[in-house]
Design a protein around this ligand. Structure first.
Ligand SMILES: Nc1ncnc2c1ncn2[C@@H]1O[C@H](COP(=O)(O)OP(=O)(O)OP(=O)(O)O)[C@@H](O)[C@H]1O
Ligand SMILES: [Mg+2]
Length: 404
């Protein structure tokens, strides 16, 4: 079995990038501009668009000769991209792109283009081990994230998943990726079966549809499916990035919406989850600390090219810093606000019931439904956020130009 190949031209930092790619199970191949015709075919391409036109042009042409190889185009503030470079299957990332970020972007590109992920052994997962379901029309993945703990990620994830199910009747999966800490199943009462930790000892070839289906439970009242990392913190180290990404691939293939409750931090697992999400709902509370942490995250998201999919949701919005001030401090519009209602939130969570089912008439439930509608009715979101949700490559360049 072969590793997925990446044909790249990244200039001076090539060693750091190729080392990181190898560690992640990719096979990097360097492009030799002296002899473009000898370049091999590859699964993905990476081009630093500031390299000489004699490198960029022939490499791009090589990668788009016949079939279009999905290509990550690295650009800086001054990059002048020729008209002939960039197409629907390509993505743009802002430089400098650290090696780890390159890995995340390529993993995301693989998943978005419906390709197989490299697995732990560094090989492709075997054909039989992967879902036979059509990849086209993949599920829409929303990561709920905050760099700070306790701001309401789990509350919003659980209620958004149930609200989405109520609004659409579609297949919704709630994915607890707060490995080691998160416990969605104590807030949402589901018949617990197993978690991803129970698959950690199996070789990646055994991470089949049937295996993932075995670890999923269903919330009886709403029909939302729930996939958790497990329950025993001692086992959390065994849940690898590869296993999470394999679970995500399965999740996308079998559900219309995947809502991910993330860990509040910048560990590899969380960054991988964020990188493969279509949208990131950044939960912020109206406090200086949360705002500062969120600004730092937005900086990082800009560096990693994740900024376009971010929407800001203010939780407990009726206390503390004003919503308009938060928007100007973060430099992004506020897409939704959720009112604070401690008593109702606590009663619902103690009973293992989502607020939207337990207290459907409360403003808290209305607000949580509105968060879900950002997914089902994106046109209702503030204008800048709507533009951000497009993933077409030229919109990224537009975003870069407007930031410059
Ligand atoms: N809008 C709200 N009004 C009142 N209480 C809330 C609201 N949102 C969340 N809470 C409560 O705040 C506490 C923390 O919420 P939650 O567990 O959802 O946060 P979290 O970001 O997932 O935390 P962690 O980082 O620990 O996973 C819970 O007790 C929850 O019931
Ligand atoms: Mg949580």
């Amino acid at each position: 079995m072969e590793r997925p190949t990446i044909l790249l031209a990244v200039g001076r930092d090539a060693d750091a990038h190729t080392d990181a790619l190898r560690r992640a199970g990719f096979e990097p191949l360097l492009f030799d501009a002296a002899d473009p015709s000898a370049a091999p075919a590859a699964d993905l391409g990476v081009i630093d668009c500031d390299l000489a036109p004699e490198v960029v042009g022939p490499l791009y042409a090589h990668l788009h000769n016949g079939t279009a190889t999905p290509t990550l185009l690295l650009v800086g503030g001054e990059t002048n991209l020729p008209e002939s470079i960039g197409g629907a299957g390509d993505e743009v990332a802002l430089k400098p792109l650290p090696p780890d970020a390159l890995v995340y972007r390529l993993q995301a590109l693989l998943i978005r283009t419906g390709r197989h992920l490299p697995v732990e052994s560094g090989a492709w997962a075997s054909e039989e081990g992967l879902s036979g379901a059509p990849i086209a029309g993949e599920g829409h993945v929303v990561s709920v994230f905050a760099p700070k703990g306790g701001v309401g990620k789990t509350t919003i994830s659980v209620n958004m998943a149930v609200a989405l199910r109520q609004q659409t009747r579609a297949e919704v999966l709630l994915f607890d990726a707060d490995v080691g800490v998160g416990n969605v199943t104590s807030v949402l009462d589901v018949p617990y079966r197993m978690g991803l930790a129970d698959l950690a000892d199996s070789p990646p070839e055994e991470w089949t549809d049937a295996a993932f289906e075995q670890v999923v439970s269903q919330h009886p009242d709403s029909g939302v499916k729930v996939l958790t990392w497990g329950t025993d913190p001692a086992e959390s180290e065994r849940v690898s990035v590869d296993l999470l990404l394999a679970a995500m691939r399965w999740a996308r293939n079998h559900h219309s919406y995947v809502i991910v409750d993330n860990h509040p931090g910048y560990d590899d697992r969380t960054m991988a989850m964020l990188a493969v999400s279509n949208e990131i709902f950044l939960v912020v509370t109206p406090e200086v600390g949360a705002l500062r942490n969120s600004s730092q995250f937005l900086e990082l998201a800009r560096e990693l090219g994740l900024i376009n999919g971010i929407r800001v949701v203010v939780n407990r919005a009726n206390h503390g810093i004003r919503v308009q001030d938060m928007a100007s401090s973060l430099g992004l519009p506020i897409s939704a606000t959720v009112v604070s209602n401690g008593p109702k939130a606590v009663i619902a969570s103690n009973e293992g019931k989502p607020v939207v089912l337990k207290f459907p008439r409360e403003k808290l439930a209305d607000d949580l439904h509105a968060v879900a509608r950002l997914v089902t009715e994106p046109d209702l979101a503030p204008q800048a956020a709507t533009q951000r949700s497009t993933r077409r490559w030229w919109s990224r360049i537009g975003a870069r130009a407007s930031e410059a």
